[in-house]
Design a protein around this ligand. Structure first.
Ligand code: IMP
Length: 548
């Protein structure tokens, strides 16, 4: 019978039990005592459905009563130190050296400097982070009065810029005597002349301590290309470049301690006796947070190291780990850890679970450890297995206060090493597990700073003891796709987390944790087909552009 008009066409609700729609909320309240979906304990009940990880579940949406931009991501990383964004970069030699640490901190997160290098190299990286001032070039290319015009031209070709300060002995912190610009050397034909013949000596400089805004103004007024910053004895300490003026972004979220202009700096060490000497150098360089880097952190060595550090350097915060169980966490918390790092076997370059048969699915590990640690006010980092914004939010929803990423950041401009073209023609960068044979033997990928390969071997320290004759790999060595600069990628992650928390209906990470523990934030398991449904499907082709 054709349906053409009348009641048959109306949506069944008009014939429903309740004609008064305003009752929907009352009925919900009265007759549905538990909310839709699962609470976190039901979700992560491993007796029922095994231990889960991020892809196995979803968070149910809540009520949106505020714009995404109102979501505040401030969160503790240790008992004493908070960040404005819950994002850390891993202490891996293809992820975090000073450049990544500086940019992660500028953007509100934190980079943990790796220790697969000599203590002196690592301390120098810490110093660079602590000395960093946005806009000032702290390691400019400096030449000496003996440099020839030909050499200056070669430097220009090599670096792509041409304004070189000239100091008495050709290094930073030596007396400034002139500056050589592109115009000075471009048409000078006597290549054997020294730069003193062509350099400008009527210099406009600014004193050390000048703020970026003041220095920018001097540059504008002077119409010069470069502004050398000098100390009271006329020694060059840094440089400001006109071409960088436009690039000098403002970083309102930058990670700084209250009452300090310096960026917060974290670095990793091991637990061997010589790591105490290493730590002394890092502390002298200005370190704020030390991360004890071990794949299995529940050990006498970590407990002793935590106690030693808390006693010797009470101003330094210690993050211990890695752990995946409450039992492991308890002894580290009791020893005085200011933060914990959670994860074993979930890293993208990791084969620990396959080889060692130990580890734990990451969502289960984070929930178990973080909810226990929270009772003692100890913040937790969900470390490893983060492939997208959703995983970050799931790490936070299961109890972590921050997440740590390796592979996701290894393809950015700020990670160590150079891009190269893979045999499929894509632009990639090296990424390797610190337990890979390459890292343990410290064979250089295309790395930056680790000059003294014999001086330290963090890979071996993290994964094996000195007496081991055979190195058994717990990681692989490979490459990841180019992701551009973290100055674009991290703001994308932050905006993504804000939108996700808005969907869940919480204004900050604390509200997320409270909602999960009082069971108002709900979850749902994802079957295999639900996972397929949640991904792009049925398209002939598509391009996955994540942000613009
Ligand atoms: P990703 O973000 O998934 O790439 O994981 C990064 C994390 O993997 C690091 O922060 C470490 O905890 C862990 N990791 C690094 N190297 C190895 C390794 O060789 N084997 C196992 N885990 C590793």
């Amino acid at each position: 019978m054709p349906i053409s008009n009348g009641d048959a066409c109306k949506f069944p609700s008009t014939k429903g039990e309740f004609q008064d729609y305003t009752k929907a909320l009352v009925i919900l309240e009265k007759e549905y005592p538990t909310r839709d979906g699962l609470d976190v304990d039901m979700l992560l009940d491993s007796d029922k459905h095994g231990a889960l990880t991020y892809n196995d579940f979803l968070i149910l949406p809540g009520y949106i009563g505020f714009p995404a931009s109102d979501v505040n991501l401030e969160t503790p990383v240790t008992k004493r130190i908070s960040l404005n964004a819950p994002l850390l970069s891993s202490p891996m030699d293809t992820v975090t050296e000073h450049n990544m640490a500086i940019h992660m901190a500028l953007l509100g997160g934190l980079g943990v400097i790796h220790h697969n290098c000599s203590a002196d190299d690592q301390a120098e990286m810490v110093r660079k982070v602590k000395r960093y001032e946005n806009g000032f070039i702290l390691d400019p290319v400096v030449i000496s009065p003996a440099t020839t015009v030909a050499e200056a031209k070669e430097l220009k070709a090599k670096w792509g810029f041409g304004g070189f300060p000239v100091t008495e002995n050709g290094t930073l912190r030596s007396k400034l005597v002139g500056i050589v610009t592109t115009r000075d050397i471009q048409f000078h034909t006597s290549d054997d002349d020294t730069v003193t013949v062509v350099m400008s000596t009527d210099l406009v400089t600014a004193p050390a301590g000048t703020t970026l805004a003041e220095a920018n103004q001097v540059l504008r007024d002077s119409k010069k290309g470069k502004l050398p910053i000098v100390d009271e004895d006329g020694n060059l300490v840094s440089l400001l470049s006109r071409s960088d003026l436009r690039k000098n972004l403002h970083y309102p979220l930058a990670s700084k301690l209250p009452h300090s202009k310096q960026l917060i700096c974290a670095a990793a060490i091991g637990t061997r006796p010589d790591d105490r000497d290493r730590l002394q150098k890092l502390v002298d360089a200005g370190l704020d947070i030390v991360v004890l880097d071990s794949s299995q952190g529940s050990s006498i060595y970590q407990i002793e190291m935590i106690k030693y550090i808390k006693q010797t350097y009470p101003q330094i915060d210690v993050i211990a780990g890695n752990v995946v169980t409450r039992d492991q966490a308890a002894s580290l918390i009791a020893a005085g850890a200011d933060g914990l790092r959670i994860g074993m076997g979930s890293g993208s370059a990791c084969i620990t679970q396959e080889v060692m048969a130990v580890g734990r699915p990451q969502a289960a590990a984070v929930h178990s450890v973080a909810t226990f640690a929270a009772r003692f006010g100890v913040p937790c980092i969900a470390d490893g297995g983060i492939q997208n914004v959703g995983h970050i939010v799931k790490g936070l929803a299961t109890g972590a206060t921050t997440v740590m990423m390796g592979g996701l950041l290894a393809g950015t401009t700020e990670s160590p090493g150079d891009y190269f073209v893979s045999n499929t023609g894509q632009l990639v960068k090296s990424y390797r597990g610190m337990g890979s044979i390459d890292a343990m033997e410290d064979k250089k990928a295309s790395k930056g700073n680790s000059k003294d390969s014999k001086a330290s071997n963090a890979g071996a320290a993290r994964y094996f003891s000195e007496k081991d004759r055979v190195l058994v790999a717990q990681g692989v060595s490979g490459s990841v796709l180019d992701r551009g600069s973290v100055t674009k990628f991290v703001p994308y992650l932050i905006a993504g987390i804000q939108h996700s928390l808005q969907d869940i209906g919480v204004r900050n990470i604390r509200e997320l944790h409270e909602g999960v523990s009082n069971k108002t934030v709900r979850f749902e398991m994802r079957s295999g087909s639900a996972q397929a449904e949640g991904n792009v499907h049925g398209l002939h082709s598509f391009e996955k552009k994540l942000y613009s």
